[in-house]
Write a protein that binds this ligand. Structure first.
Ligand code: NI
Ligand code: MN
Length: 225
């Protein structure tokens, strides 16, 4: 499994020959101006919630690639009304896709589209691939619901928001990593705007001090699991 950070909360995941995009917000992000959305591959687009900083590039990419949009039912129906393909889910449900099993799990946040349309309730994803399991928290507060994840899934990586203000900050993300029983964390949702700027060294040190590993990738950088 190869994971690429495209800035903010946008990720690319490659599982064998399948390309998955998460929450594409790339063309409006000045920090990601070196990423060409026309060159991104997508068989599936997973959306945690409907906020503009998670869906800005969905229509352009889905129209070009015919990617299947996986999200809550309200978000999928919003895009199917625009002629895009989707697979609707809701909280607690899971489905076997060609790349693995996806479960849509709780997030504490909000989820409306920029035009005021109903974006359902926000979520995160647990993806169980053939060899590796990951949790993508989405925009969320720290919540006890996270403790349910390791009851069924042994995670190899947890992707957690760390920018504070709109989501968890570093200290809550540290507790979240205990709740999900995963010491390998990829931080996201930081530095994009003034409200969510963080001190990278301090953040990494706080995780290091608890024998955990916080990875912060450059935009465009990848890790292999
Ligand atoms: Ni949000
Ligand atoms: Mn956000």
């Amino acid at each position: 499994m190869k994971i690429t950070f495209y800035g903010h909360a946008s990720l690319g995941i490659e599982v064998d020959d399948v390309s998955i995009l998460i929450d594409p917000f790339i063309s409006p992000n000045e920090k990601a101006s070196h990423i060409d959305i026309e060159a991104l591959k997508a068989d599936y687009i997973l959306l945690t919630h409907a906020h503009e900083d998670h869906v800005a590039d969905v229509e352009a990419i889905a129209k070009r690639t015919n990617a299947v949009i996986i999200s809550n039912a309200e978000i999928v129906s919003y895009y199917s009304n625009k002629g895009l393909e989707g697979h609707p889910m809701n909280h607690g449900g899971k489905w076997d896709f060609e790349f693995g099993t996806v479960k849509y799990v709780n997030a504490i946040h909000s989820s409306s589209f920029a035009d005021g349309s109903n974006g359902g309730n926000p979520g995160g994803f647990v993806i169980e691939g053939e060899r590796k399991n990951i949790y993508i928290a989405g925009d969320t507060a720290l919540t006890y619901d996270m403790k349910l994840i390791p009851k069924q899934t042994k995670l190899d990586l947890a992707i957690l928001p760390i920018g504070d203000n709109f989501t968890m900050g570093i200290d809550d993300a540290l507790i979240a990593s205990d709740f999900v029983a995963c010491d390998k964390i990829l931080g996201y949702h930081f530095d994009t705007f003034g409200y969510i700027e963080i001190d990278h060294e301090e953040a990494k040190r706080k995780f290091f001090d608890k024998d955990k590993d916080l990875m912060l990738l450059e935009i465009g950088e990848s890790i292999e699991l």
